[in-house]
Design a protein around this ligand. Structure first.
Ligand code: NAD
Length: 487
């Protein structure tokens, strides 16, 4: 028998303490080999002036245990409070968000009785990197970062998860028909890694149609892997259509630490009434026990929980007269699950993992494959309040010559639409102009950095405000930048 594993436990706010007590009681009954370290995080600390909702003592515990079992917390109303989940995720590098959702037909009402899927969402990158700027009076931007190490890690995690949990298919959902470079990289990495898992079916779908299908035919999906923003949206769609937001747990996994919680919030409207459903946190406990290598205990809890649901003992949120047998409170529900430890469900699918199986999923570190990088030009973004496309166009052509630069204007876009030369001047409705400069000789011939700085100096001297430059590179001869529309 393995030694108890230390875990950091946060009882949270609102219904947090009630559902946490319930979950811990069930874990104890099932013989979980854990050593909880209780910490206070959330509302109390926020209100005491700690903008992150966490103190040093909590961090110290988390750094030691590397596993956090967290009840929901209340973020006080008003500004200045940082999201505790985002802080923990970022500080610990929790790159994967895992959300399994399964219908419990016919016991819990659902439109999709055969739904049984897992969302594997990248948690650190994409538009959530928090790199935002207001660049001109008219224009703001948010950088979408998709990296190879980030993509490799999450996609490999999804395939390893599928293999470990006996799942058959992984679907990659992105929008690379539009974002050919960033989402295109995610897709490319997906194809590369999928080849290493011939035992698992791999397919790809555009996120918009994918989300629509998940909402109307979720039973077609098994494991879905996607980037941060799409994952955020589709996770909520999945939870909503499953009809049981109070039932799902989720895991946030990093290379060295992990956090487990219910997907719902602190439900202040029902706090302290012993009516909350502890199932979400219980399912988070199941994920945590598998993660720390105790799939035997995870299986006992999972089966006892299903048996309780089958026996018709339901909390108010899932109680349906005619289907449910007993309306129970939080603690009675926990007692019922604890009593059923050792029993298996009759109709619902029992835990199928072999208890000797190693359920600890690891992914290898990243090895960079260097590429040959060649500078071939630059997109200069200019804040210009004018509207005459020909004026800025001719100015850019003339000033590049005056600068004695090796660069020449190729075209100008306004919000991504080509407006010069021979574009759609009527599309030039903002003060945000992207001017592409490439070599005067052959476009995409190598250029030197100083050609760009020389040009910028001349443009700035003539009153054109360069708000940003984005250099254009070839990587191993391939263009690392998008062409103009229609180019
Ligand atoms: P919520 O999930 O707390 O509640 C939404 C509705 O679902 C409420 O009617 C609630 O009573 C019900 N509900 C939620 N969990 C339930 C359960 N286990 N059993 C029965 N009913 C349940 O969402 P909200 O009201 O938008 O947010 C309340 C607070 O929770 C806010 O302060 C929010 O910031 C916080 N929150 C925290 C987390 C987290 O800690 N991970 C996540 C989401 C929201």
């Amino acid at each position: 028998m393995s030694a108890p594993v230390a875990i950091t436990v946060a009882r949270g706010d609102g219904i947090g303490p009630e559902i946490m007590d319930a979950a811990l009681r069930v874990m104890e009954a099932a013989g979980a080999r854990i050593k909880p370290e209780f910490v206070t995080i959330g509302q109390e600390l926020y209100l005491a002036g700690n903008s992150t909702g966490m103190d040093d003592r909590a961090w110290e515990s988390i750094r030691g245990t590397r596993v956090i079992f967290k009840a929901p917390i209340t973020t006080p109303q008003g500004g200045g409070y940082k999201s505790l989940n985002v802080t923990i995720r970022t500080a610990l590098g929790l790159f994967a968000n895992i959300r399994p959702v399964k219908a419990l037909n016919p016991y819990i009402e659902t439109h999709y009785p055969d739904m049984d899927l897992v969302i594997v969402r990248e948690n650190e990158e994409d538009l959530y990197a928090g790199i935002e700027h207001k660049q001109t009076t008219d224009t703001t931007q948010c950088l979408k970062l998709i990296t190879r190490p980030g993509s490799e890690r999450i996609i490999r995690y999804a395939f390893e998860y599928a293999r470990t949990y006996g799942r058959r298919k992984v679907t990659c959902m992105i929008k690379d028909n539009i974002m050919k470079i960033s989402d295109g990289l995610f897709h490319q990495v997906f194809d590369e890694i999928a080849r290493e898992y011939p035992d698992i079916e791999a397919n790809q779908q555009i996120i918009d149609i994918g989300t629509a299908r998940v909402a109307t035919a979720p039973e077609r999906y098994d494991v879905i892997v996607t980037t941060n923003l799409y994952g955020d949206i589709i996770s909520d769609v999945v939870a909503e259509v499953s009809g049981s937001v109070g039932m799902a747990g989720s895991a946030n996994i990093g290379m060295e630490a992990a956090m487990f919680e219910a997907i719902h919030g602190s439900a202040p409207d029902i706090a302290g009434k012993n009516v909350a459903n502890p199932s979400g946190l219980l399912n988070a406990a199941v994920l945590m026990l598998a993660h720390i290598g105790q799939p035997d205990v995870a299986g006992l809890i999972h089966n006892a929980w299903l048996r309780t649901i089958e026996d018709g003992l339901h909390t108010a949120d899932i109680y349906r007269p005619g289907h449910s047998l007993h309306l129970v409170g939080t603690s009675e529900f926990a007692d019922a699950v604890a009593e059923r430890v050792g029993q298996a469900p009759g109709r619902l699918d029992a835990w199928s993992l072999d208890s000797s199986r190693d359920t600890r999923i690891t992914v290898p570190g990243y090895t960079r494959r260097p590429s040959r990088k060649q500078l071939v030009g630059s997109d200069l973004f200019i804040d210009w309040p004018g509207t005459e496309v020909n004026r800025i166009g001719r100015d850019m052509e003339r000033l590049a010559l005056e600068a004695g630069s090796a660069l020449r204007l190729r075209w100008i876009t306004n919000r991504g639409v080509k407006v010069y030369p021979e574009g759609f001047p009527e599309a030039a409705v903002t003060d945000h102009w992207r001017c592409r400069f490439v070599a005067a000789s052959e476009p995409f011939d190598p250029v030197e950095h100083r050609e760009i700085t020389k040009l910028m100096e001349v443009l700035t001297g003539k009153g054109y405000e360069v708000i940003k430059t984005e250099n254009l590179y070839l990587f191993d001869g391939e263009k690392g930048f998008s062409p103009a529309p229609g180019e």
